[in-house]
Design a binder for this molecule. Structure first.
Ligand SMILES: Cc1ncc(COP(=O)(O)O)c(C=O)c1O
Length: 391
């Protein structure tokens, strides 16, 4: 009998949904493969797919179809938001400076860094131990003058939810562009621009059952960003390049399904996540849940297991057929705590011993049971080895 595999890494990526694949197929084959910029019927068929996709995504997000700019994923959308807003500000004689939170995804942090390389300035907004951004630092940044502020809706490592509605309102009052990376929020929490006044919002397809390499930046003010790649005039020149039509159509299908399912999915994954945490603390009593002090998205559990290291845990879990992710980063061969846990003040020894389990629509209570059954022995082994190595 083949062994049951357990996938608890849905924050890393998800499989393509069958309905998404079905929606994409006509745009890959003979029916609608045309270049959407071509005037003939082949082109018009592809263009119609894009226009329909924009309407679907706009409706799901409380935006307008003309505000949906497709990108190659979350990373590009974040770069377009941060660098594009900084460049637009510079060219309009406003401060060439961006402020981003310390726990952003690297796509935002590295983009802010790139602004510095381009001659601008980056301000890193610290977070409290809870993972929530320090609003005093935001006040200071707004006082200095910034082109844009970027604070993610939900953190990908610990699941902490930021008070984006309030932050967006504060930026709006100050006349500053507010960007939020909603890659981990969309489909897990209600995400509507009708309620939250972001100027720019990032989503990514592969976290919600679309294919990899497709995402979107919602641009509610076209003057707020300047293109960061250059080419033809597609997508108002904000993001030129022949559109990834099958990816776009698939993204729209996934967005539609994820928005429809969100209210039902959230309590299901939350109860699995909470059950995992409750039982983990029973079998490994000194485990520490990271991010518990703040509101968290329902699908993420980040746990540190003292006396271990995440890479060893991950390897043993993988051998046991369980896929999750580490809360640390492996740089130049040495395990280092992630920048997120470090920014939250998690001690180093806990930071290097962090695991992230992330749930999705296909997980069941049997998956929780598999982890709880496997983990105590694995922890024992890793601790024993670690004790020998550090003797
Ligand atoms: C919060 C967040 N932002 C951005 C990204 C990058 O998205 P993509 O993989 O589509 O480039 C990810 C993916 O891990 C993410 O979790």
């Amino acid at each position: 009998m083949s062994r049951r595999l357990v996938y608890l890494d849905n924050a890393a990526t998800t499989p393509v949904r069958p309905d998404v694949l079905e929606a994409m197929l006509p745009y890959l084959g003979k029916d609608a493969f045309g270049n959407p910029s071509s005037a003939h019927r082949f082109g018009r068929a592809a263009r119609a797919g894009i226009e329909e996709a924009k309407r679907t995504i706009a409706e799901a997000l409380g935006a307008e179809p003309g505000q949906v700019i497709f990108t190659s994923g979350g990373t590009e959308a974040d770069n377009l938001a941060v660098i594009g807003a900084a460049l637009a500000a510079r060219d309009q004689g406003r401060p060439f400076r961006v402020a981003v939170s310390a726990i952003e995804h690297k796509a935002v942090l590295a983009a802010a860094h790139a602004v510095r390389h381009l001659g601008g300035e980056e301000i890193i907004l610290p977070v409290h131990a809870s993972g929530i951004v320090d609003e005093g630092a935001l006040t200071e940044a707004l006082g200095r003058g910034v082109a844009a502020v970027s604070v993610m809706w939900v953190n990908n490592e610990v699941g902490v939810v930021q008070p984006v509605a309030r932050l967006a309102a504060r930026c709006r009052e100050a006349g500053v562009c507010f960007h939020s990376d909603a890659v981990q929020a969309f489909g897990k929490l209600p995400v509507s621009l009708a309620d939250v006044g972001c100027t720019l919002l990032t989503i990514s397809g592969h976290k919600i059952g679309a294919s990899k390499g497709i995402g979107a930046l919602i641009v509610r003010d076209r003057h707020a960003v300047e293109a960061i790649i250059h080419g033809g005039g597609q997508q108002f020149g904000i993001r030129p390049g022949t559109e990834n039509v099958p990816g776009i159509v698939g993204l729209a299908k996934a967005v539609e399904l994820a928005a429809d399912e969100q209210a039902d999915l959230a309590p299901c994954v939350r109860s699995l996540r909470d059950e995992l945490e409750r039982r983990l603390l029973e079998v490994v009593p000194d485990a520490v849940i990271n991010g518990w002090q703040a509101e968290r998205a329902p699908h993420v559990c980040n746990v540190s297991i003292p006396g271990t290291d995440s890479e060893a845990l991950l390897m043993h879990l993988d051998l046991a057929g369980i896929a999750c992710s580490s809360g640390s980063a492996c740089s130049t061969g040495a395990v280092e705590p992630s920048h997120v846990l470090t920014a939250m003040g998690v001690p180093r020894e806990l930071g290097v011993a962090a695991l992230r389990f992330s749930f999705g629509k296909d997980n069941t209570v049997e998956d929780v049971e598999a982890v709880v059954a496997a983990l105590p022995k694995i922890v024992e082994k890793v601790r024993a080895l670690s004790a020998v190595l550090h003797r």
